[in-house]
Ligand binder design. Structure first.
Ligand SMILES: [Zn+2]
Length: 444
């Protein structure tokens, strides 16, 4: 990564140049890279070749970017079924890194990188940090987990290549996180938003207000969160909280990032070609309509992903961004189709519940959703922490708050939920991705 010694405080960082590529040139780059990567996958990955052959498609049949719609999708189970190395397009002696994501069931999925892939990954993470306003001279406390998870090392390499000072503290041990944040003067934190909320709380318990520390930027990802959650984080900590997006199957963090405008995430589409499809039919949606995000890696060598179905629901934001970047934006991802709960026949996302709760004053951004089934009828209970003042208040005002929250949930989701107000610190804090839903409905 080329980053010159005197690029420190430039408002538009030179490493971000590809973010501003004119549309016509970007499309040409994308088409060329697509043609090359499809050929590579066809020649080296048996599963992809078989699916192409079934459709009587040849890798050289792509004449325009729209032709991508002819190609077969790849889904998460394809990675599981070909565990561990079945989808590699490079021989092992060219693979310099593997990562794996812990599946909730069974075997993990394994992903691989060549030296070239590592360079791409680093470059998109550099662009991510640059878009979030991080610069040389910043002190980046990287509280994403290091290890098989892509978050830790992905952020690490990017921040280091940008010239920032990286503290590879990894996740957990809040006591030490706060000590380091204060003593080293961290200006940037990388973590899940829910873990940062936990740190704000843990600092307050030690008499430290985040607002008094040098911390100014949060680079948050690895779990869906809402605009309401962002407002709570920014108001209580005094930082700018940015949303970043990525997934191991594609590269890890670094697929997309918010910019200073905080109005949607720019996809680094010179490397990751985005489509929005109808999740039912698989058809490409008209520009701007909501659907499932599908990504194709345009430059991956070790493990190209062609039309990978992310299960994330979003839409393209049409029109130019205030920051001037030309690469397309998608709305922040609040919903994963995998997370969707079906309650009494109604589709409900945890992010809708979060939004409904945080609209009401007196709540804390810590909540849990418990699903049960009584006499074949789904029951939903939402446990939410409330501030000390509210909790020690009179019973009537607790009941009033409960009713307000229940109405707020009903107006967002259309279902009535039982709301339980709990004391601060009742709900378990997570060091990584927060577990929002406990589904006990299988147990009769
Ligand atoms: Zn922008």
């Amino acid at each position: 990564m080329i980053e010159f010694w005197n690029d420190g405080n430039t408002p538009v960082h030179p490493v971000s140049a590809p973010d501003y590529m004119p549309g016509a040139q970007l499309r040409k780059t994308q088409l060329h890279r697509l043609q090359v990567v499809v050929k590579r996958a066809y020649e080296n990955v048996r599963l992809f070749r078989e699916r192409m052959d079934e459709r009587k498609l040849k890798p050289d049949s792509l004449e325009s970017l729209d032709d991508i719609a002819k190609l077969p999708f790849t889904v998460k189970t394809d990675l599981r079924d070909n565990y561990p190395f079945g989808l590699f397009a490079s021989p092992l002696n060219e693979v310099v890194r593997v990562h794996a994501s812990s599946g909730t069931t069974g075997k993990p999925i394994v992903v691989a990188y060549t030296e070239g892939d590592m360079a791409v990954w680093t470059s998109v993470m550099v662009r991510t940090f640059a878009a979030c306003g991080v610069r040389r001279g910043d002190i980046v406390q990287n509280a994403y987990g290091y290890g098989l998870f892509t978050g830790g090392l992905g952020a690490h390499y990017g921040a280091e290549a940008l010239g920032a000072t990286v503290i590879p503290i990894s996740g957990g041990n809040s006591e030490r996180q706060i000590m380091v944040m204060k003593d080293f003067g961290s200006t940037t934190i990388c973590s899940t938003p829910s873990y940062f909320l936990h740190l704000i709380e843990a600092a307050a318990e030690r008499g430290i207000a985040m607002k008094d520390l040098p911390l100014k930027v949060g680079v948050f990802g690895a779990e869906p969160w809402t605009q309401a959650m962002r407002e709570r984080i920014e108001a209580t900590s005094g930082i700018k909280a940015y949303d970043i997006y990525g997934l191991s199957e594609i590269i890890g963090p670094g697929v997309a990032s918010e910019c200073g405008a905080q109005d949607g995430l720019h996809i680094f589409e010179d490397h990751f070609y985005p489509e929005i499809i109808d999740p039912e039919t698989g058809e490409v949606m008209p520009e701007g309509e909501e659907g499932e995000l599908v990504l194709t890696t345009l430059s991956k060598q070790a493990m190209p992903m062609i039309r990978y179905r992310t299960r994330d629901i979003t839409h393209f934001i049409t029109g130019p961004c205030a920051c001037g970047r030309t690469i397309r934006r998608v709305r922040r991802i609040g919903a994963r189709s995998d997370d969707m709960m079906i309650i009494r026949g109604v589709n409900v996302f945890p992010s809708q519940i979060e939004d409904a709760l945080l609209r009401v004053e007196g709540t804390l951004p810590h909540y849990q959703i418990v699903l049960t089934r009584v006499k074949d009828l789904d029951q939903i209970e939402v446990q939410v922490e409330v501030t000390k003042e509210f909790f020690t208040d009179r019973v009537e005002s607790m009941e009033l708050l409960q009713e307000k929250l229940s109405q707020s949930i009903a107006s967002v989701t259309g279902i009535r939920a039982k709301v339980s107000l709990v004391e601060p610190h009742t709900i378990q804090r997570s060091m990584g991705k927060a577990k929002r839903v406990i589904d006990n409905r299988e147990m009769k």
